[in-house]
Design a protein. Sequence first.
Lengths: 333, 336
Amino acid sequence: MGRFVIRRLLGVVVLMFIVSAATFAVFFLGPKFVGADVARNFCGRVCNEQSLVEVKAKLGLDKPIYDQYGAYVKGIFVGRTFGSGETARDCPVPCLGYSFKTDLPVWNQMTDRLPVTFSLAIGAGLIWLVSGVAVGILSALRRGTLFDRAAMSVALAGVSLPVYFTGLVALSVFSYKFKWFVNVHYSGFTDNPAEWAKNLVLPWICLAFLYAATYARLTRANMLETMGEDYIRTARAKGLPEKVVIRKHGFRAALTPIVTIFGLDLGGLLGGAILTESVFGFPGVGKLAVDAIGQQDLPVILGVTLFAGFFIVMANLIVDVLYAYVDPRVRYS
Amino acid sequence: MTAPLDVEPSALSADPDAVTNAESSKAVEGRSLKQIAWMRLKRDKVALGGAVVIVLLILIAVFAPLIVKALGHPPNDFHEDLLDPTLLTPKHKYGGINGSYLLGVEPVNGRDIFSRIVYGARISLLTAFLATVLSVTIGTVLGITAGFFGGWVDGLISRTMDILLAFPLLVFAISIGTVIQTANGAVLGLSGTSLSVATLIFIIGFFNWPYIGRIVRGQTLSLREKEFVDAARSLGASNGHIIFKQLLPNLAAPVLVYSTLIIPSNILFEAALSFLGVGVRRPTPSWGSMLSDAVATYSIDPIFMIVPGVALLITVMAFNLLGDGLRDALDPRAGR
């Protein structure tokens, strides 16, 4: 087991290296490829050759790309110093550089906004897991009934509805028309938990709807397949009550793949519930990325991309390790 | 499950001469897998409904200029006279819907929503189709290569797929989109709308191929060990023959089903990128950018938000319905 975890951790390091190098290349080689100059965006209205050179030096864009990348990676692990002499300033570990626009450290900007994204992801994740699995199982057990048909129709609509549409519809109906949730905005959990939850209800439901629909369809298909297995027949033949057959034999086997996917989806979500945050105007990590895109603030976009990649990779790792723990065959393959 | 057979009503009625008239009877004829699947699909009314909607949408996209000429106004013409001068929202009720403006007018500049939806269908379908073609092509070629040759080739391709699957796709796509938008002039001979559409197709297509690649690889791995491949090989068939004549036809079904199911997710992906402002360049109409424009005014003019949203919903649902139907028809064990 230990060796398995170490092997996977090495894989994570390689993966993060590739993700960071690719992102870096897109940002620092991409503009050259399309004939644009990054520094020109930060050079002010009156931009002459001399100030352009100064801006380049200040942002570190005058050095060769591999130097820039090396300095960036070094900054993450041991920190780095920007500028020299009077204007020098230290960027402590983990240093993701300073925003081109606001001059604030990228790491601090992201950690400040993490609670928002975290609140969104955890609540929505719980809602979609519980409701999706419950609906899926009920549908499978009552296959062909009115409930099954209705639930599966709703689920089909659900997988076809993007959050940037449901979010707007929910806001215009529940916030503007019925005034149940007036002025939806993010408020901190520690300030007032009730207010926190009330403001998050609409985003949670809108974000969860899409996933719940997918999970319901998946759970139903898995459950139907499991309930057709021979060991279910054996369990019934032993005279076990139907409840026990469903709970102990059917449900458990059908749920394992769902939990795997849940881990991956949640990891992907933490990297930025970009669309949900921009629809509801919540100041999370995703919104940070979107705002940074509008201003072409490359260090911030780079930071968020790495951050998102990190969560996806970690979720993959955790799921793999859990799986290996549950299923010994995985460990030795 | 056994294949359902379409039995002609006339065949059910007893005909004592049927046996003697064997040469004229077609009842005893083997059905190919394709025929069986087609029969099942024909019976699946919901999937057929999806297919009809898709055909209509394709026609709308192809004949967009004619449709707009007959029923609408040019998609980029401003009609400020139809707007309330202070609020800049449509003067008339229901977002300005009337006989001349079938789906109303946009707030702020009064463009005809119907025309923009019709032209938006072009962008939406074109990007989704071409991106799908790109990812299916790469996925199938690399998937077969990995599964058939195995060894280090398989290792290399499989690791590449793992890496691409771990990429934060949306953020990364946004990054590339942003960089492309800074382009001064033409890149590789493309500029403006065609550049942004080509970028979208490349991003969506390139990052999606591992999904199909994994499926094709898995199928190839199991097909490779089948008797018919051994038989072909013992007859002296080359690798090329085995891949193209033996394996590829057997992979057609899963590839077809999967393609139909990734088109809707590609449509949503294009809309999401346009919604975030890194997709199709304005003023080219796209459903995603219409939704993003609607964010500013949906509380007073909900029609402008609902129309592109419903257009997306109908399109995506039609593809999902057809995809589900195709899967059930080609592989009756899956899904149900």
